[in-house]
Design a protein around this ligand. Structure first.
Ligand code: DC
Length: 231
């Protein structure tokens, strides 16, 4: 099965991995260079989390969170040049990146009814097109038959350093705090019962610790070419 074959139902390039690996920038750039679509599944969990918080619901109340997920209309564009997220018609592209949403999204994304609903939507959005889909469970659960799966990783300290650069933080104590919070999030995401974060058995592992963004993009494009030739 080749990735760019027209009419192929499984033209998905799955990119999974923890946060702070540069996954979103890399996934979007790979999509641009391939002329493919781009889907950020984390943004969908964030959109629901924002709705939960805005309406004063408890993110830890799985029943209420699941009920809200049923009623929420999430729209997300798949154009890598124009990535936008809407919740019940409202543009939430910027609001979903807040610290409050980041702190509550792990609890919301651990609710199995939430995952079922969003996974259904992710499969609909990706249907019939060549698309780069990034998340935590894309290669293991959402698209287990994807012809190419990348698992992007980096050491916690490299990821914390990158996050610190994004946030403009240079104090060693604050960087240590970021490393600790990444470790906690990793623990939560890798040990949760539903769709734990882990590489698919057939994933190509890319460790970005000592790589530039451009080198990671090139490594993934090389994997795309290699897969296309051999299968
Ligand atoms: O990639 P991100 O940081 O925007 O993701 C936000 C959260 O959503 C993160 O805590 C993990 C969760 N998530 C998930 O459980 N499954 C996905 N496919 C994508 C994200």
């Amino acid at each position: 099965m080749t990735i760019t074959e027209p009419g192929n139902d499984a033209r998905v390039i799955a990119i999974d991995g923890p946060s702070g690996t540069g996954k979103s920038s890399v996934a979007r750039e790979v999509a641009r260079r391939l002329g493919a679509g781009y889907l950020d599944t984390g943004a969908m969990y964030r959109a629901l989390t924002l709705a939960v918080l805005t309406e004063g619901l408890d993110p830890a109340d799985a029943g209420k969170v699941a009920a809200r997920a049923e009623g929420l209309v999430i729209d997300i564009t798949t154009d890598p040049e124009n990535h936008k997220v809407f919740a019940d018609g409202r543009d939430v592209t910027v609001a979903i990146r807040s610290a409050e949403v980041s702190a509550a999204v792990s609890a919301v994304s651990a609710v199995s009814a939430v995952r079922r609903r969003l996974i259904r939507l992710q499969r609909q959005l990706a249907q019939g097109s060549t698309i780069v889909v990034e998340g935590r469970d894309i290669g293991t659960v959402v698209f287990p038959d994807a012809p190419l799966k990348i698992y992007l990783t980096a050491t916690p300290s490299a990821r914390a350093t990158r996050r610190a650069e994004q946030l403009g933080v240079s104090d060693p104590g604050e960087i240590a705090g970021l490393t600790e919070s990444l470790r906690r999030r990793d623990d939560f995401d890798t040990t949760r019962v539903v769709s734990p974060l882990r590489p698919a058995p057939d994933a190509v592992l890319v460790d970005s610790t000592d790589m530039s963004e451009e080198e990671v993009v090139e490594a993934i494009l090389a994997a795309v070419t290699a897969r296309g030739r051999t299968e």
